[in-house]
Design a protein around this ligand. Sequence first.
Ligand code: SF4
Length: 232
Amino acid sequence: MSTAATTDAWRESSTTLEGRSPEEILDWATARFSPRITMATAMGAEGCCLVAMIAKLGRPVRIFNLDTDYQFEETLETKARLEARYGIAIETVRAGRSKAEIEAEFGPDLWKRDTQLCCRIRKVEPLRETVAGYAAWISAIRRDQTPDRAQSATVEWDPKFGLVKVNPLLNWTWKDVRSYIHTNDVPYNPLHDRGYPSIGCWPCTKPVADGADPRSGRWNGEKTECGLHARR
Ligand code: SF4
């Protein structure tokens, strides 16, 4: 089936689900795709909400974290707290090459010289390998985060990785995320309370001032996406 035909095939589902709650969207997605459905999370607040919702649904979803070699300690601690709270395992997925092998080939601190290549080796390629063979993956993106993400559909064909992408939180705001976390006592990354609205690898993540673009602390403003959710 062509990419256009595959995209059309999911448009009706997406239209039906648009405006439904994240729990209803996840219920639909897991009923339809489990156990061939997976989710990557860097333990951002949005991902923590989805982990809580998926755990409540109880259907098998392979949840994994991409170990980039550069995650904050607070992120790893959040992972452990989510696992303990919900009795689930969040798998750690590493790049096909070790940090030493990457440094041997490209030199130290690749992120200082080429964030595109570094993200590709440490995030995009490992995700591609991990989702291969799955029917769908779940993302925690929100429409109000970037102009690119604003174009996303609740259910859409992801041509980059060759499977369906389900975006249950598209219509949520940061306020919705915070509200869900506090109402449901969901473990979350404490860096969010220290000026980090968006959290990735420590070399490429800075706190932002109140009122600034929440993603402006990523990659020193050089880019806004690591490549997992970029539509081009
Ligand atoms: S966010 Fe930075 S350190 Fe992490 S993979 Fe991308 S460039 Fe490398």
